[in-house]
Ligand binder design. Structure first.
Ligand SMILES: NC(=O)c1ccc[n+]([C@@H]2O[C@H](COP(=O)([O-])OP(=O)(O)OC[C@H]3O[C@@H](n4cnc5c(N)ncnc54)[C@H](O)[C@@H]3O)[C@@H](O)[C@H]2O)c1
Length: 265
């Protein structure tokens, strides 16, 4: 999709998209590339969980610009090195989009191993903080930058059996608010997306449980595409495009919920 004047919305921009090999991050990377951005497809492994061509290869096949960067977002020094190398190579970084995440331990919270709780925080919270920190070191002097962090609507409500994940996702929302306040006067936009249930490898095990899928179906006001209560990854990517584009110039510290109204009830 192009803007009303026919131009692409991210022409000339360089985007670093974590978790971009699969699911929501993959859809975001594709969306950004189709809008003219050069995309760093960042993840631990190049192949999509859902199968198909690796994201960076798909982008190149379509005539876009992308490269794959192998990175564990839990490794903060490696994150710094990767972001600095991108700026060195391309002359600038404009968009930091953080979709890398994992659901963490599920079930009775009394049984959760504390190291699994820590791992959930490391991927979902510290990973985003490191990536945003590294990006801000370039965004603030440039007086331009777009941060698009991915949290969840589970960061706004309590969900039984998912205390670690809910804690992590709530932390991301307030981290982003705090950073938006801290860097607002620098001309940097820092926002967070809160997707609802989306058809990806991460959500699949949860939604194979009939009791859970029935509950979600009943509680999603905006059932789209033949009574389907789950979003497609592209539904989240469309919102992520807005937050990465200049159309969001007066939006910062905002948590944009894309869940078909599930958390509005
Ligand atoms: N799918 C949903 O229903 C849903 C709902 C709300 C929020 N989210 C959030 O959206 C984000 C993306 O989830 P998804 O559903 O696309 O999941 P997914 O499992 O399909 O993709 C996750 C991606 O993150 C990468 N990743 C995981 N740990 C990493 C690490 N340490 N370093 C680098 N890359 C790492 C994986 O390799 C993969 O590419 C997550 O933050 C998730 O919590 C998902």
């Amino acid at each position: 999709m192009t803007a009303s004047n026919g131009s692409v919305r991210l022409a000339g921009k360089v985007a670093f998209v974590t978790g971009a090999t699969s699911g929501i991050g993959r859809a975001m990377a594709l969306r950004y590339a189709r809008e003219g951005a050069t995309v760093m497809v960042v993840s631990r492994q190049p192949n999509p969980y859902e199968g198909g061509d690796p994201t960076h290869e798909l982008i190149r096949k379509e005539g876009g610009k992308a490269e794959f960067l192998s990175l564990d977002v839990c490794d903060a020094p490696a994150v710094d090195r990767a972001v600095d190398a991108v700026v060195e190579r391309y002359g600038a970084l404009h968009i930091m989009a953080c979709s890398a995440g994992a659901i963490g331990p599920m079930g009775d919270s009394r049984e959760v191993k504390i190291e699994d709780f820590d791992r959930c925080m490391a991927v979902n919270v510290r990973g985003i903080f490191s990536c945003v920190q590294a990006a801000l070191r370039h965004f603030v002097p440039a007086r331009y930058g777009k941060v698009v962090a991915v949290s969840s609507n589970f960061g706004m409500v309590g969900v039984a059996g998912l205390a670690s994940y809910c804690t992590a996702k709530a932390a991301v929302i307030n981290m982003i608010r705090a950073l938006a306040v801290e860097y607002g006067s620098s001309g940097v936009n820092i926002n967070v997306l809160c997707p609802g249930s989306t058809k990806t490898a991460l959500a699949a095990p949860l939604h194979r449980i009939k009791e859970i899928s029935d509950k979600f179906r009943a509680a999603t006001p905006l059932r789209i595409r033949h009574d389907d209560y789950q979003a497609e990854p592209v539904d989240i990517a469309d919102a992520a495009l807005f937050l990465a584009s200049d159309e969001s110039r007066f939006v910062t510290g905002s948590a944009l919920v894309v869940d078909g109204g599930w958390s509005a009830i």
